[in-house]
Design a protein around this ligand. Structure first.
Ligand SMILES: [Zn+2]
Length: 279
């Protein structure tokens, strides 16, 4: 992904502070651990890569909102978002065991200072489990951004390569949503709200503007949209080939996301966007 890099924990605070100075209100952290294993133990380590990064950012830029992705796929050796039971070619995701580990990871992020945790795994019951675990650990102020509508999409491809987390076998379609089924997204969003979600997230963005609009209209709750890596790469590639003007295209896309109801936009253009909006 052009212009998108992995950063070492030592540099992250400086980069976050620069973003904060530019007017970016929040950052979303994804971690790539040194070691991966079957049970994703690095996901909830006190000195894990995300936990260390949150502490460093909060020291340098205390007012910058820090959101952490909470999932296991970057931490499991098999690349799935949860614990897996394998039987030859077949595999099952162990929902309840996975949810417990996800809740543990969320608590460790909150303990490090994260303002918002964002469980992105799509396991059943994860929002309620995370909320209970946070409250029990004394982090009732930590908010939850739920990936209420995360569709099985080809547009995640570039990120997966960048985060070194493509599944080693099978795919994630068993636990991501069918793009043809819009109603399911609304049911999931409703469940997540009942379980205690504070912000609902729709992902990807442009092919799912109708979902964003419906979620925002139906529930009237803070709604975020994630403009994902494949969507980013499309515009970048077109701009490099001089087929599109990058700035004009990005501003039009971001406007459409706002128009469709987004209260928050997660984008790889955040820094440039702040500059473009000011000039
Ligand atoms: Zn995942």
């Amino acid at each position: 992904m052009p212009g998108v890099h992995q950063h070492a924990p030592g540099q992250i605070a400086q980069i976050a502070a620069r973003a904060h100075q530019a007017g970016v209100p929040a950052v979303l952290l994804f971690g790539i651990p040194r070691d991966k294993d079957e049970r994703a133990t690095a996901a909830y380590a006190e000195d894990g890569v995300v936990q260390n990064a949150v502490r460093a950012i909060k020291q340098r830029a205390p007012d910058l909102t820090v959101i952490t992705d909470v999932c296991l796929c970057e931490y499991t050796s098999h690349g799935h978002c949860g614990m897996v039971q394998r039987d030859g070619e077949h595999f099952t995701i162990l929902n309840d065991e996975s949810v417990q580990i996800i809740a543990k990871a969320a608590v460790s992020h909150a303990a490090a200072g994260a303002d918002i945790v964002a469980p992105s795994d799509m396991m059943d019951g994860r929002i309620g489990a995370v909320r209970r675990a946070l409250d029990a650990a004394g982090f009732s102020e930590t908010a939850i951004m739920s990936y209420a509508a995360k569709f099985a999409s080809c547009f995640y491809g570039p990120f997966r390569e960048a985060a070194e987390s493509p599944p080693q076998f099978g795919d994630r379609r068993t636990y991501q949503m069918d793009p043809a089924n819009g109603d399911e997204a609304l049911r999931e969003a409703e469940l997540d709200l009942e379980e205690g979600a504070d912000i609902l997230l729709v992902k990807p963005a442009l092919p799912y503007l109708d979902i964003l609009w419906r979620v925002r209209e139906r529930f009237a709750r803070p709604t975020a949209v994630y403009h994902v890596s494949g969507e980013f790469a499309m515009v970048k590639t077109a701009a490099e080939k001089r087929v599109l003007d990058e700035r004009a295209a990005v501003l039009e896309i971001m406007t459409s996301l706002k128009r469709a109801g987004a209260d928050f936009i997660i984008t790889y253009w955040a820094l440039e966007l702040m500059e473009w909006l000011r000039s």
